[in-house]
Design a protein around this ligand. Structure first.
Ligand code: ATP
Length: 138
């Protein structure tokens, strides 16, 4: 079985219960869970690959605006299956292409897209180490 790193973003704080329900309904097991708040520094570290992009400042402002919930998931093929369950990055695309996905149901716009999911095994490890470190405070 494989692990992945999921996160409930600040816009979906009030949907946390429903999203955790969807996680179990879809056969994932939660192996770690932490609520925390990104500082500018820890958010910059987490999203370092996007530095310099047009949406970067808006992304950091959004991700530091309120509490997030980081979740380590275990399942067969967890990375790919979680990406399928959350849907396309842009909420507007998700609503048209995959209306049953978590982003289609709970997302607001291209940045406020409800949840995160690692895109590969190596990024899962980097992200989980980064989020479950003391740099992201409870
Ligand atoms: P995540 O990494 O959060 O699972 P992702 O891998 O689908 O999402 P990335 O391309 O890594 O998407 O972008 C990280 C986050 O940056 C997105 O989830 C979204 O919040 C924001 N973002 C990405 N592309 C755009 C865009 N074109 N406009 C605005 N915000 C964007």
């Amino acid at each position: 079985r494989q692990r992945t790193f999921a996160m409930i973003k600040p816009d979906s704080y009030t949907n946390t219960g429903k999203i955790i329900d969807a996680i179990y309904q879809n056969g994932f097991v939660i192996s770690k869970l932490k609520m925390g708040r990104f500082s500018n520094e820890s958010a910059g570290q987490f999203y370092g690959e996007h530095r310099g992009k047009s949406f970067y400042n808006g992304l950091i402002d959004f991700m530091t605006s309120d509490v997030v919930t980081g979740i380590e998931l275990v399942a067969e093929n967890a990375v790919e299956r979680w990406r399928q369950l959350i849907g396309p990055t842009k909420t507007s695309v998700a609503k048209v292409q995959n209306p049953n996905t978590i982003r289609a149901i709970f997302g607001t716009d291209d940045t406020k897209n409800a949840v995160h999911g690692s895109d590969s095994g190596p990024s899962w490890k980097r992200e989980t180490d980064s989020f479950f470190s003391p740099n992201v405070k409870h």
